[in-house]
Every structure is written in structure tokens, then in C-alpha cells.
Design a protein around this ligand. Sequence first.
Ligand code: GLU
Length: 424
Amino acid sequence: MAYIEPAPIKDKENPFESMMSRFQIASQALGLEDEVYNVLKNPTKQVIVSLPVTMDDGTLQVFEGYRVIHSNILGPSKGGIRYDMDVHLDEVKALAAWMTWKCAVVDIPYGGAKGGIKCNPRQMSAGELERLTRAYTQSMVEIFGPDRDIPAPDMGTGPREMAWLMDEYSRAKGMTVNAVVTGKPLVLGGSLGRTEATGRGVMVSALAAMEKLKINPAKATCAIQGFGNVGSFAALLLEERGVKVVAISDLSGAYYNQNGIDLRASIEYRDSHNGSLNGFSGTENIDGEELLTLDVDVLVPAAKEDVITIHNAEKIKARLIVEGANGPTSSKADAIINNNGIMVVPDILANAGGVTVSYFEWVQNRLGYKWTRERVNRRSDRIMKDAFDNVYKVSLEYNVSLRIAAYIVAIDKVAKTYKFRGGF
Ligand code: GLU
């Protein structure tokens, strides 16, 4: 049993309940009818599969895989696949619903879904991960499809896994179907700009929010929790706009330098040390919790759910929180943060740059055409900025936080579409 560790026991808020409590508040503010509320509160489909995989040492190990389709009212469902030991049904359900709201907030024609496999990808070989990904894809051949349900990377997965998924699906269909998945390597029909897209959207929404708060980026400091794909690109792009990134963190700990972290060095270090910052020098080592409460202008949680909670919310000094991760703030912490006058650009808005460029990738695949990086960036920046402005406007109209405003925008769109399409 070398590969399965018990999930750490944490004092965690259930992510599905966290999502539902915001959904409830926004539905009430919007005056959503009970019938529509009942439709949207339940996922359309939940699939759980058991995946026997031969490990390198010849033993057979059985993994549990999930795919939850929350909604396909706006179009084919869209959402990433997570490989992590904390994956469980309630997490996948919450993440799937967040994808529905996220796609609606940025106005792209998709519903929401999410998948996951409970595993520890850092302790698995490439061969084991390939067999696991192919087994998962095989079991989802009837679920996935370019007009049905389109997966993408999430925590623990990337272009390599998406390539295996596309290949396995294509074999099953007897033809190359590259539009079945996004976040692919460029040569397989991936889009320029997709890798950095989520971090780029975080940067665009952070700058839009800083403008409202009259924070000058050239004088601002920022702390970034999580230094994976989202956190590291957000850091680089914010730095390019003049923001000083003074702290970063990952599972190995947090790293602080009041004069600014050397981001290129930290990324190089991470990439040559099995994805970890462990041992990174030139900074002061601080506690991961301390990073969240640093005296900075902007805090970007870019790891996973439930890191800003009732236990630390009161201590947060940042004036602006931009949620690169999905669900980093527990719903119980919302009130504390709002009372303290901290602006939060919520996950379903701030990290929507990733799915936006996934949409562009799918469009390019279907056209059989390739866009330039410049076109991808220009169009995604515009979508992110427009979405921010719209959510900001609704927050003033309803006198609610940006988070509840984003839910209002999303629920309103899905509910209207549902009413036009009609149920049974
Ligand atoms: N996993 C990413 C997210 O949570 C991207 C999803 C996608 O591109 O479909 O937004």
C-alpha cells in the first residue's frame, strides 16, 4: 500500500456546503423561484468509478475516480480533473458547481463539471500515471465528448495527462478528437496562452480591483499562497505590472523577502526540485499561516479550498484578496472579511481566465485553426475585464460583496436559460 495515504484530518468546512451557502444568499437576493433553485442546487449527473491499475512493482491497486456534471444548461459541461489525496465526492460536487457559475460569469457557452482521482501523483511514476489516466478515460468514454463534457487540467494534472486522455478517447472513437479536452500540449492542438491563462486572469482582475481601491500597482506588495501553475504565473505577471511579490509558499513552507522574491530563480528552483520550493534560499522562511496574515496590499490564495477560515480571517491585513484557487475562503469567513472592509475578487471571477482560454482552445480545434498568442491574450483580457466591471456594477446595484454579485450574475444567466429551454 505504498501509494495510498490517509487524507489528513483537518478542521475543514465542507466545500459543497460552502458553495451552497453563497448560492442560497445570491438566490434570495435575486428572488429566484424555488423550482429553479431546486434544479440548480443538485448536480445533473454524478459518476464514481473504480480503476484497477497495475503499478510498476507488479501489484494491482484500485483507485477511485469521479466525474460530476453539475449543469449542462448553457452548453456542454466543462471543468478540470484533479489528482490529489483529498479528492472526495463533496469536493468534486462543489468544484463542478463552481465551474457552472464561473463559465456563466465570463459568459462562455458551457455548463460546469469536475473530475478527480484520489491519488498522490507526486509518488507515482509517469507509467503509473499514464495507466491511471487511460483507465479513467476508458471508463468515461460515454461521459466525455466535445459536445458533451470537456475535461481540462486542474491540481495535479497538466498537458501530459490531457494528451493521454485525448489519445485514449480518440482510440475509443477510431479517430482523432482533439476538442474533447483542453489544456493539451501545443502540438496536439493546445492553445497558445493556455498554460499561463489562469494566472493572467488573476493579474487582470487584481489590477481592475486595485484601480477601484486606488492602490497604485507600482507601490503595492503582494503575497501568494500556492506556487503551482496559477500562483507562479500570477506572481510573474503581477510583477511585470510593477507589483512587488514579497512572499510565496507551497507545501514545503513559505518564503519571505521584503525587497521582493526573485521569481525567476524560485520558478527555476521549483522546476529542478520535483516541483517543490523546499530548500529555496535568498529568503526568510516563515510559517504558511503567517503568509496569509502579512501586512501586504494584495493576498492571492492560489492553492486549494478552505485556507481563509474563521480561525485566521480576523488577522488578515491585506486590503484586497484575489482568489486564484477555487474555494479558498470558507463561507463562514466571508462575513469577517466583509466587516473588515477587505475587497475579495471571488474565485468564480478571478480564476476564470483558465476556462476562458480553454474555450478558445476548443473553438480553435473545431475551426481547425490556430490563433496567435496576442489574439488569445487580448480576447481573454477583454473578457476578464468586462466580467469584472459587470460584477462590480451588480455589487453596487444590490449592495452586496463582489462574491455574491458574481453568484447573482451567474445564477441569473443560468436560470434565464433554463426557463427558455424548459424542463419536463
Ligand atoms: N481547472 C480549471 C478551473 O478550475 C480550468 C478548467 C477548464 O479549463 O475547463 O477553472
